[in-house]
Design a protein around this ligand. Sequence first.
Ligand SMILES: [Zn+2]
Length: 180
Amino acid sequence: MHVRTATDDELPLLAKAKLLEEAGEVVSSRPDDILGELADVLEAVRLVAHVYGYTDQDVEEARASKTETKGTFSTGIVGRFRTRHVSDHTKFCVLCLSGEHEDTSEDAAYREKRRDTIRIIMERVVSGMADSDETRCLQSLVNREIGESDTMRTVASTNLQHVRTLITDVLRMEKEKKND
Ligand SMILES: [Zn+2]
């Protein structure tokens, strides 16, 4: 594994990418795992806050004062999220954020990440929040899923043909043995 220290310029983006990644894991988490995934999100929230020079207490105070003035997050979270954060394009493609959008790896962890990213952007499309860059990202990621699915189907059907031929051969050999 190649390890290097992030530059100061990279930290905000990397911290935000981490937060998105963890949030994606909450989205795709099984109920049994959700507590652990939520804990990871909190940790990522703290990381982003620290990168921007805020303490845990600053975040907590901001949360408390917002709850006082605007009510809790049970309603309206999506709308507020949009107006506050989605000014820069491609912000919500996790794979663009982590520089892995063009990755063509067959690795299972990467595929899982790509599916999480698709789920996140689809959520945003459904809520009418996705911008055109995200929509393009979604399109290319889905196309890759379709391409892989087609490839696997071809491989599977070739394998099936192969197995059928083998069975036929085995049956013929059995029969020939009996006839001898
Ligand atoms: Zn992307």
